[in-house]
Design a protein around this ligand. Sequence first.
Ligand code: ZN
Length: 261
Amino acid sequence: MVTDDVGFDVLVTQARLEQWLVDNGLVPTTYPPTTPLLAAWGHVSLHGMPTQHCVDGTWVDAPSCRVSPCKAAGVSFAIVELDQYVSEARLERAKVVDALDRLTSRLGSFVSSCSDDLALIESNSIAEMARLAQLESIIQHDVLNREAHAAWGEEPLRLIAEIRRAYQALTELAQRSRANLVSPAFHVTRGRGRRQVPLLDAITQHLCKNGFSYGEVAALIDDGIPGDEEGARERVRKRAANPERRSLVPSPEDSEPSGNK
Ligand SMILES: [Zn+2]
């Protein structure tokens, strides 16, 4: 069960962005083989902080891309952002959920295999507590060793209840976690009366700040909202103008948002 809702079809958008890199010759077909994702990471690194590296004992400037605005950077940053916060996060979180499932399953088997012992301890505990209540009604309270009685009565009862509660809580946590593999920070929410789509904003901003027109962005990212092209362009314009959502930006930022398309 996957209920993550980030406001757009991530897989389709990823595929379109990766195809853009391929169509524009940015995914080398020479050996060694690479993938659009690796090519995107490669181009992102070309827009990083200017650095130098050592070649045969001489320090030289690391390769960099100074194209501005650079559409390849817009697409590459968008692909990397999607990978980091959706694909990779999903894979990593899925492993944790698998571990939770295994833990729950083993704990369930353990609790089940001990059911006779648990039942015996529980019934004895209840009987012990009844005996204590009876004693309290017939002898002096200050001679009763309540601590010793508790070890036979309320303590085992409480511990068994905690074991059952932990098993139930783990089961529910595993189910909830599987339904939310993408960080909740990127889920669609309603804030200030408006639908908030932070990841969609971030991807839109990557593209718009790097030379894509609103119409081109609308064609690359399907937000699933029916309507004509004009409406789609207007939604892109609004997302581009929203507060900064990108978690990765070229350094130094060398492009400005487009505002008249
Ligand atoms: Zn570039």
